[in-house]
Write a protein that binds this ligand. Structure first.
Ligand SMILES: [Zn+2]
Length: 236
């Protein structure tokens, strides 16, 4: 009897309760697995590709810069309409919007004893073509050499009417020469041209076009600024 009781008491020991997860819990666990796997694989993928990204990012920058619109270092410019032009000196036409500033600059320089002479203003694309190709063949230069000192047709700031080549009336031998930078006219321009919204287009800091101390462009109107926006945006 006692044995039977013992047996019964043994049987009375509670069985371990087996908890069977509800189906929604299983789904949640699976979802967590999927998310964790995704995070781990994504991290690995990013880690591996980060090196490649850094390696090719510089190449991408190069490709981007290759897409720029310059030809032999010069930006394309449209020819301004003839009615926008006005004569500032015999045979020298400039854009009407630039006329007053340029005249004021010349007059104020004169007050300081500096005599600025205008060498070239507006040039049609046709004239630019003649200058570019005739000088090229006379000097027996290839296009890239020529482009360092003269823009190809369709790519000259002079076509816009907003560019002006300036000389010193007392040092004519320095016209269109780098030695113009040694004249008092250039020193005066360097110190004062910005007041009249003129800027040196081809300074010593850019390497695609030769330094032209005589070539200035006007940026004192919205139209002029729009025209030269690409050129100002690009860092050389
Ligand atoms: Zn010029």
């Amino acid at each position: 009897m006692a044995n039977k009781k013992n047996y019964k008491s043994i049987n009375d020991i509670e069985f371990a309760v087996r908890i069977i997860p509800k189906s929604s819990s299983i789904k949640n666990i699976k979802l967590i697995h999927v998310i964790l796997s995704f995070i781990i694989f994504s991290s690995l993928f990013l880690l591996v590709n980060n090196k490649n990204y850094l390696k090719y990012s510089n190449k991408a920058k190069l490709i981007k810069s290759e897409k720029d619109v310059r030809v032999l270092g010069h930006f394309p410019y449209q020819e301004t309409a003839y009615e926008n032009l006005i004569e500032i000196q015999p045979n020298i036409l400039v854009h009407k919007e630039m006329y007053k500033s340029l005249k004021d600059m010349q007059d104020d320089a004169e007050k300081d004893g500096i005599y600025l002479v205008f060498l070239s203003g507006y040039r049609s694309i046709k004239l630019q073509k003649e200058i570019f190709y005739s000088l090229k063949s006379v000097r027996n230069q290839i296009a890239s050499e020529r482009a360092r000192v003269s823009a190809p047709p369709g790519y000259s700031e002079h076509s816009t009417g907003f560019a002006i080549d300036i000389g010193d009336a007392y040092v004519r031998e320095a016209d269109f020469e780098e030695s113009f930078e040694n004249t008092s006219a250039f020193q005066w321009l360097k110190n004062n041209a910005a007041k009249y919204h003129f800027k040196l287009s081809f300074d010593k800091n850019q390497n695609s076009v030769d330094y032209e101390p005589w070539h200035w462009r006007y940026e004192g109107s919205i139209e002029a600024l729009k025209i030269f926006e690409s050129s100002n945006r690009t860092t050389f």
